[in-house]
Design a protein around this ligand. Structure first.
Ligand SMILES: Nc1ncnc2c1ncn2[C@@H]1O[C@H](COP(=O)(O)OP(=O)(O)OP(=O)(O)O)[C@@H](O)[C@H]1O
Ligand SMILES: [Mg+2]
Length: 301
């Protein structure tokens, strides 16, 4: 028996579902027998599906917090960063690594960053990428959902989520934080103002060495005091021409039987109106779907 199979059996015997999936993936990836190809792809598809890689969270917060094991679902080969992004990512990762020293020196530092930028520029993906790089779970809380589903109870639920998060090490993303971040006094019921205060209190009390990533399209509407709770702020740029090119190229390179030339990539990009990461990947996905339907190799024309 080889080591991976042994580790797979051991993980199953230990009831460790995530580890079992990890080793199963390695076993399947290594199997190149043609007769097993169908079964291999069917099972790999399940392993790679984010909604099937969620970590169970307590019942009372199940509706609004999702915790995902991104180790299996994040496709690093399709992820493109700029040198500036890398610098910021390294800053967060390095701070995480020296956290014990900071505590030893009595320095209370919240490893938190606010990402802002237009829709589709890659804020949520960046959070998942950092979790992937650090091999930590990605916990995702969306404030618009939290508010619409539980008006009146939002503050209480924020606390429940933070209580749970403080029991684990993770990358904790507070998405669409502008949904509650309205400048205090501007909402008629006062509910949002209370929620902003609840969130700030939860952040102030937060002592664990998880990484907190806020994301918003509207940094300008966020309460200044709440903004201050994020140690770093980073504006996500729309992809420049080099990044646009790499997005298409790296996506195509992860597909079997894709064919392209430089000129085809440039012409494909010129057909996309607003070149956000989201629009480029959507256009690519549609293109790939059509090629598969037409049962031909993957091209950009
Ligand atoms: N750096 C990247 N490399 C490759 N693809 C990316 C990158 N960033 C984003 N994408 C693609 O763009 C899509 C949209 O990104 P994402 O959801 O992170 O944007 P967002 O800024 O969070 O948008 P919104 O403000 O609407 O929530 C992703 O699903 C992914 O396919
Ligand atoms: Mg997002």
């Amino acid at each position: 028996m080889d080591t991976t199979t042994e580790q797979l059996y051991e993980a199953i015997a230990d009831n460790d579902l995530m580890k079992s999936k990890k080793f199963l993936k390695i076993v399947l990836d290594a199997n190149n027998k043609k007769c097993d190809a169908y079964v291999k792809n069917r099972i790999l598809k399940k392993i790679n599906t984010p909604s099937l890689n969620l970590i169970e969270v307590p019942f009372n917060i199940k509706g609004f917090l999702q915790v995902e094991n991104v180790e299996l679902t994040f496709n690093e080969k399709r992820y493109v960063t700029t040198p500036k992004d890398e610098e910021m990512i390294n800053q967060i990762i390095n701070t995480f690594k020296v956290n014990d020293k900071l505590i030893e020196y009595g320095i209370n530092y919240l490893n938190s960053i606010l990402l802002y930028g237009v829709p589709g520029c890659g804020k949520t993906m960046l959070g998942r990428y950092i979790a992937y790089k650090l091999n930590m779970p990605f916990a995702y809380l969306n404030f618009s959902n939290l508010i619409t589903s539980l008006l009146g109870k939002t503050g209480e639920n924020i606390q429940k989520v933070f209580d749970y998060i403080s029991t684990m090490k993770c990358v904790f993303m507070l998405d669409e934080v502008d949904a509650i971040g309205l400048e205090r006094g501007k909402d008629s019921t006062g509910e949002l103002s209370r929620v902003v205060i609840n969130l700030m209190q939860a952040l102030d009390k937060f002592e664990n060495d998880s990484i907190i990533i806020g994301a918003t399209n509207r940094a300008d509407t966020i309460d200044k005091a709440l903004l201050r709770r994020f140690s770093l702020k980073y504006e996500m740029q729309l992809p420049n021409e080099e990044v646009q090119y790499k997005l298409v190229e790296s996506f195509l390179n992860t597909l079997p039987n894709s064919k392209y030339t430089d000129a085809e990539i440039l012409s494909f990009l010129s057909g996309i109106q607003e070149k956000t990461c989201a629009n480029i990947t959507n256009a690519l996905t549609n293109r790939v779907v059509n090629c598969i339907i037409e049962n031909k190799e993957i091209t950009l024309y």
